[in-house]
Design a protein around this ligand. Structure first.
Ligand code: AKG
Length: 336
């Protein structure tokens, strides 16, 4: 059992974040996920070499080195091939790739992780669809295009948040306003160590008590808290080892540091909320991962989980418009 202790819970309530060391045993519990990502990378590099986009698949190098070569060689983002969600965007390319392996679902529904989540938000738990893998190459491997943004491989201008430095934000600010009262819990963990140099997360302790701050969309819609509302002097970097898990309150201001190391920074960010509350991403699929009152409602079938995402992708591909994914406008006074 990995339930949080009363002391840990009171730290979380007081500070708005909590690091639990060694919740996972990385050698045992991440191995299958590493194999799956290696296979995705193999397939992607083979395909790119076949069309002449890259000169080699760099088979003799390790995963991190190959990812770095891929970015340096192409100047594009291939993040979507590894992610286990699609962006909430109408008219998605119908072949938008995802990595929806059983090993990933096993981490999302990991019993020890859910024990900890249960202590924070109660026994009826839905996996919130705002979830990502982030495989971040060194900052200097991300070459910006003239637009000031990288092009992703789907041909859509994108922010760099998923592969570059993540700006200051509150997760409550990233979702739709109907989820303001949702007890949304962010669960962030590195798959390999995340040092300060590699661009670990940083938080502003206690900031969850200050309410929701104005977020400003940039040219491609990436959100950050209006800079005049953030006191960076209060920022606390949180270097973490593989196996450690960070829990974040939905209104805790957080960001990531730039990856100034020579290797990748690799993490999962998952979210959970009490079943029945608004997810803040109505058109993306969540699933019940724990229910003490109705265990039959729990999803244990990784294939069904994957199918729900594929069906969502197909629906978004056929959809011509969606309601806004968040409430913010660049015209807000704080954004000037
Ligand atoms: O992993 C990162 O760099 C940022 C993660 C984050 O901000 C989040 O999960 O809300």
């Amino acid at each position: 059992m990995a339930q949080l202790t009363p002391y840990q819970l009171s730290e979380f309530e007081d500070q708005g974040y909590l690091v639990v060391p060694g919740l996972f045993d990385p050698a045992r519990e991440f191995a299958a996920v590493f194999r799956d990502y290696e296979a995705v990378l193999d397939g992607l590099l083979e395909d790119l070499r076949a069309v002449g986009e890259i000169p080699s698949t760099w088979r003799d190098l390790d995963f991190a080195e190959r990812v770095i070569r891929l970015h340096r060689e192409t100047g594009k983002i291939y993040h979507q091939y590894f992610d286990f969600a699609v962006p909430p965007r109408a008219g998605l390319p119908p072949d938008t790739p995802m990595c929806l392996s059983p090993a990933i679902f096993a981490l999302i529904s990991h019993p020890g992780l859910l024990d900890a989540v249960e202590s924070a938000i109660g026994p009826e738990i839905t996996s919130n669809p705002v979830q990502h893998v982030r495989i971040k190459p060194p900052q200097d491997a991300l070459s910006f295009r003239s637009s000031g943004h990288l092009d992703d491989s789907l041909g859509v201008p994108t922010g760099t948040g998923l592969v570059g430095r993540t700006p200051w934000h509150q997760d409550n600010g990233v979702v739709t306003a109907d989820a303001d009262a949702t007890d949304l819990l962010t669960v962030w963990f590195p798959l390999t160590d995340a040092t300060v140099e590699q661009g670990c997360l940083a938080v502003i302790p206690g900031s969850h008590r200050g309410g929701l701050l104005t977020h400003c969309p940039d040219k491609v819609g990436e959100l950050s808290i209006a800079s005049r509302l953030i006191d960076e002097a209060q920022a606390l970097p949180l270097p973490m080892a593989a196996g450690d898990v960070l829990f974040l309150h939905r209104r805790t201001c957080h960001s990531s540091l730039p990856n100034t190391s020579d290797t990748v920074r690799w993490s999962f960010d998952l979210r959970y909320h009490p079943t029945g509350q608004a997810s803040g991403r109505e058109w993306l699929p969540g699933c019940v991962v724990r229910s003490r009152s109705d265990p039959d409602s729990e999803l244990h079938d990784a294939a069904r989980w994957a199918r729900a995402w594929v069906e969502t992708r197909d629906t978004l591909a056929r959809t011509s418009s969606l309601p806004p994914a968040n409430r913010w406008s660049a015209d807000a006074a704080e954004c000037a």
